[in-house]
Design a protein around this ligand. Structure first.
Ligand code: ADP
Ligand code: PMV
Ligand code: MG
Length: 397
């Protein structure tokens, strides 16, 4: 079925609570956003694999025999349960001409592609000649899980191309999703992509990209949150670039340096996530405005904690101050160090008040957008069902 080509997508995410702490076994609550990464896969005839990633300026192609030769060097070691080894990544870097230790977006994206392509073909059979194009509505490296959305799309496309998962889109349907079992496989390979990009990911981002909706995540255990109130959220990108890999490594260093000081902060973040989950459950049964002050206070406390563990940034402090001047509460989301913040809007926050806050945030050089949460996870699309903007990006890039 994929032989006619396919288009699929995965959502970005916002972490309500638990970023960083989740890497150390604590609870995180995360929701899928209505901003997505799209991948188009087309067969091509020349015995080559071609990858176009316009978001990070990559246009590369390799002939299949050279990929097969590379793979045969360490085929036995590829498995979705094993982290990519230093040796494997060094070999792939050398093959692709990527400098050791390079953390540029294009280097990490190319390395993740090569790793997943070789590992999946080693396990499930050769990849066919193909042309892959990835285009995203998400900002890259801003805390909204663009790396996970990219990894989920690659996993779904490569597993489809090797025949390890089906192509569930039937003639005449506009979208389709895979079975639970297939989604579990896609998620585990997406986690490998995240491992290449992040070093030590928790797995929460790829879980949201795969399953969508809203979920609680702890140490690999994914619990969908069935009853979540329709929260209104304002996302603000400070446009300050940062790397998840570097920030995650910084928190680890702080824990090693001051364990007795930092570990209780992570425990407190865990308690915030749990408290927030209880409040959301009560709210969905009884959607009364009385719960909002609690959610707002939890945002404030967690933002302080995230500053304590070293992932704040002056731009994020400014974001919180500006929204506070409009009576709104914000925290960073994702890895921090710049990137995005989320601001909770109450059901009765007027459009005028939101516009005034947005105006002040934009005056700081930030970008804002109001989003809805709980979007579907990884999805196959028929071309005719795509928005004009997406179709244009996938045909013109
Ligand atoms: N559209 C995309 N195309 C290719 N690579 C991408 C894309 N989006 C993200 N990436 C990869 O993910 C990395 C950003 O991941 P990360 O630092 O975790 O930030 P975040 O996940 O918050 O956006 C980029 O450096 C790049 O390697
Ligand atoms: C900081 C962390 O909790 C979330 C990172 O999210 P993002 O890559 O900044 O979108 C890391 C992780 O969970 O793997
Ligand atoms: Mg990421």
């Amino acid at each position: 079925m994929w032989e006619r080509g396919l288009v699929l997508s995965a959502p970005g995410k916002a972490i309500l609570h638990g970023e960083h702490a989740v890497v150390h076994g604590k609870v995180a609550l995360a929701v899928a956003l209505d901003l997505r990464t799209f991948l188009r896969l087309r067969p091509c005839a020349e015995g080559r694999v071609c990858v176009r990633l316009p978001g990070v300026g990559v246009l590369r192609s390799w002939d299949i025999p050279s990929l097969q030769a590379l793979r045969s060097g360490f085929a036995a070691d590829f498995d979705e349960s094993k982290p990519p080894s230093v040796e494997q990544l060094d070999t792939l870097r050398e093959f692709a001409g990527i400098a050791a230790g390079a953390t540029a977006p294009e280097s990490l994206a190319t390395l993740a592609f090569l790793y997943m392509c070789l590992a999946i073909s080693a396990k499930y059979g050769d990849v066919p000649s193909m042309d892959i194009l990835v285009w995203s509505e998400l900002p890259t490296g801003a805390g909204l899980g663009s790396s996970a959305a990219y990894s989920v799309c690659l996993a779904a496309a490569l597993l489809s191309a090797c025949g390890a998962v089906s192509c569930p889109l039937k003639e005449g349907e506009s979208t389709a999703r895979w079975t639970e079992e297939e989604l579990t496989l896609i998620n585990s390979w997406a986690f490998q992509g995240e491992r290449v990009i992040h070093g030590n990911p928790s797995g929460v981002d790829n879980a949201v990209g795969t399953w969508g909706g809203a979920l609680r995540y702890q140490s690999g255990k994914i619990t969908p949150l069935k009853r979540v109130p329709a929260l209104r959220i304002l996302l603000t990108n400070t446009n300050v670039p940062r790397s998840t890999k570097v920030l995650v490594a910084g928190v680890k260093e702080k824990i090693l340096k001051f364990p007795a000081i930092i570990k209780p902060v992570l425990d407190s973040i865990d308690a915030i996530s749990q408290e927030c989950q209880s409040v959301l459950e009560v709210m969905s049964a009884n959607p009364s405005p009385e719960h909002y002050p609690v959610l707002e206070e939890l945002f404030d406390i967690n933002q302080h904690h995230l500053n304590v563990i070293g992932v704040g940034h002056p731009s994020l402090d400014r974001l919180c101050r500006v929204t506070a001047s409009h009576g709104l509460h914000s925290k960073l989301t994702g890895a921090g160090g710049g990137g995005c913040g989320i601001t909770l809007l109450r059901p009765d926050t007027s459009a005028l008040a939101v516009e005034a806050a947005k105006r002040d945030l934009c005056a700081c050089g930030f970008e804002c957008w109001e989003t809805s949460i709980g979007a579907p996870g990884v999805t196959l699309h028929s071309s005719s069902s795509l928005k004009a903007e997406v179709l244009h990006a996938l045909t013109e890039s």
